[in-house]
Structures are given as structure tokens and as C-alpha cells.
Design a protein around this ligand. Structure first.
Ligand SMILES: [Zn+2]
Length: 92
């Protein structure tokens, strides 16, 4: 079974002896990489979870799904559609 990156919302595979995938590793600060790696190695799970959460927030992973990637749908149109779905009146 492949190992998955520790960062929440990231489903990239990582090397077995690392905690992060290459992408997250390259985008995180050294401080956060070390925080995740060391907290895990020392089995400080609350610290490890906290560091992973911070990493996920920093990389904008695990957020709400983006609007559909339909080229004919402008952001404004997508907003209107969503507002309608939510039952909001945006022309009030
Ligand atoms: Zn990752």
C-alpha cells in the first residue's frame, strides 16, 4: 500500500521514510517540514496533527470545492447560480 502525504487534503504519495510528498515538501517552509517530521518521529500526535493542519491551510488544500471548471461559465455566472442554489436573492 503506498504511503500518502501527511498534509490534509493532499493525496499524493510520499516516500516511505518521509512524511510529505515532493510537492508539499517543496512548498512548505523548513520550519513546518521539521515540525511535521519531528513531531511524528517523537510521537507527539497533537503537535503532529497541528503542524499538518497548518501545512494544509498554508497550501490551501482541503478547502471547499472550486466552482466547476466550465470555460463558458464566468465567475459572475457561477456566483449567480450558486446564489440561486442557496435561495439567495442577489438582485434585491
Ligand atoms: Zn502532499
Amino acid at each position: 500500500m503506498p504511503s500518502i502525504c501527511d498534509v490534509p487534503g493532499c493525496d499524493h504519495t510520499r516516500r516511505r521514510n518521509q512524511r510529505l510528498c515532493g510537492r508539499c515538501y517543496g512548498r512548505l517552509s523548513g520550519e513546518l517540514r521539521v515540525a511535521i517530521t519531528e513531531a511524528h518521529r517523537q510521537r507527539r500526535w497533537p503537535d503532529w496533527r497541528d503542524a499538518c493542519r497548518r501545512a494544509g491551510e498554508l497550501l490551501n488544500l482541503g478547502r471547499a470545492p472550486r466552482p466547476p471548471r466550465n470555460p463558458s461559465t464566468t465567475p459572475q455566472r457561477a456566483y449567480e447560480l450558486q446564489a440561486r442554489l442557496l435561495g439567495e436573492r442577489i438582485d434585491a
